[in-house]
Write a protein that binds this ligand. Structure first.
Ligand code: FE
Length: 348
């Protein structure tokens, strides 16, 4: 019986070994494929993009949303232990800031580089663009003639006294615009400009870009400085108030006879210690692909970073425009100077 029992125990041991191996294999197969985003973007289209990506690849996309400075702070504090793979921002200035703090690693990937316009790429290789937007002037169809508009600089003219609507200087879009003016024209010119523009305000800055357009429709001012896609969002809105606001104004691209209109990108940086780097790069490739770029333009009315894709019909109707080809890292480099100017000139 001794021999039988020993043989049985051998079989038993072998079975345990096989189970252990199976469990081992099973565990490694169950490792979740995922990618972790820290995102400043606040648009519905993003969820759609990530769902489409997951359907295609099986890679789960986890998103933490907050404002850019909070996310940068978080990346800094988490250091090497950060779960984040990608930092997504609506401002090249914040991407420059993250890169400058050493939070990102360079990405050199032929698929992505072939997907996007060369002039929108970061010259240092630390971030990639996914969309871009122009900070434009919109004007009342009833009270302003197109011929009265020309440049951002012209907004300092006294003919605009009591007529300009714009949001607060605490907003990143305005900070980027002011940074571009400092970078292009210098601090002194930018200060004088800001001072005069503040004198022309229709009211103290308040509300969002969309609220400035609504204020034009309500007769509280005649022109506003806003991001281009908000006009697309208003014109495609189901809400009557928004639709009417969109219809009350026309789009004007400033500085078409000189440097071009100020643009900013929405873009992505790959974190320095990205734990899911392969998946992160796959997502960057996907978001710059024609398929995803079409999803962006038709839902958020931004301009595509991929030149093979056309803007949405609504946006195409505004016509093509010349964009300021300033190195967009300047939007980060001159940020502090821009804040000083806002403060000094009383742009609330
Ligand atoms: Fe926005």
């Amino acid at each position: 019986t001794q021999g039988v029992s020993s043989a049985a125990s051998d079989v038993y041991k072998r079975q345990i070994l096989i189970y252990a191996l199976l469990i081992g294999c099973d565990n490694s197969e169950k490792k979740i494929e995922e990618v972790n985003l820290y995102s400043q973007r606040h648009y519905k289209v993003d969820e759609k993009q990530y769902e489409n990506f997951t359907k295609k690849t099986g890679i789960k996309v986890n998103v933490i949303k907050a404002n850019a400075d909070e996310l940068i702070e978080r990346l800094k504090n988490e250091g090497e232990n950060s779960p984040a793979d990608l930092f997504v921002s609506v401002d090249a200035g914040k991407l420059q800031k993250g890169a400058n703090l050493g939070l990102f690693q360079k990405v050199s990937n032929r698929v992505i580089e072939n997907n996007v316009s060369k002039d929108l790429l970061d010259k240092n290789g630390f971030w990639i663009p996914i969309t871009y937007r122009a900070r434009i002037i919109v004007y009342s169809n009833d009270r302003v003639k197109k011929e009265d508009l020309s440049t951002y600089e012209d907004l300092s003219h006294e003919k605009w006294k009591g007529r300009i609507l714009v949001r607060s200087s605490s907003n990143a879009y305005n900070q980027a615009l002011m940074s571009s003016i400092v970078a292009n024209l210098g601090s002194d010119v930018a200060s004088k400009w800001s001072n005069a523009v503040v004198q022309n305000f229709a009211r103290d800055p308040k509300g969002s870009d969309r609220d400035q357009v609504k204020a034009i429709a309500a007769g509280q001012g005649d022109i506003a400085i806003v991001n281009s896609y908000y006009i697309g969002l208003l014109l495609s809105s189901q809400k009557e108030e928004e639709l009417n606001a969109g219809k009350a104004v026309s789009v004007f691209f400033p500085n078409q006879n000189d440097r071009g209109s100020h643009i900013n990108v929405s873009g992505i940086g790959l974190t320095k210690n990205s734990p899911n780097k392969e998946n992160a790069i796959k997502l960057m490739e996907y978001l710059t692909s024609e398929e995803a770029q079409n999803t962006y333009v038709n839902n958020s009315y931004e301009y595509p970073a991929n030149p093979m894709v056309k803007p949405s019909k609504i946006v195409q109707d505004w016509g093509e425009f010349k964009r300021d080809n300033l190195d967009l890292n300047n939007l980060g480099i001159y940020r502090d100077e821009a804040l000083k100017i806002f403060d000094k000139t009383g742009w609330k």
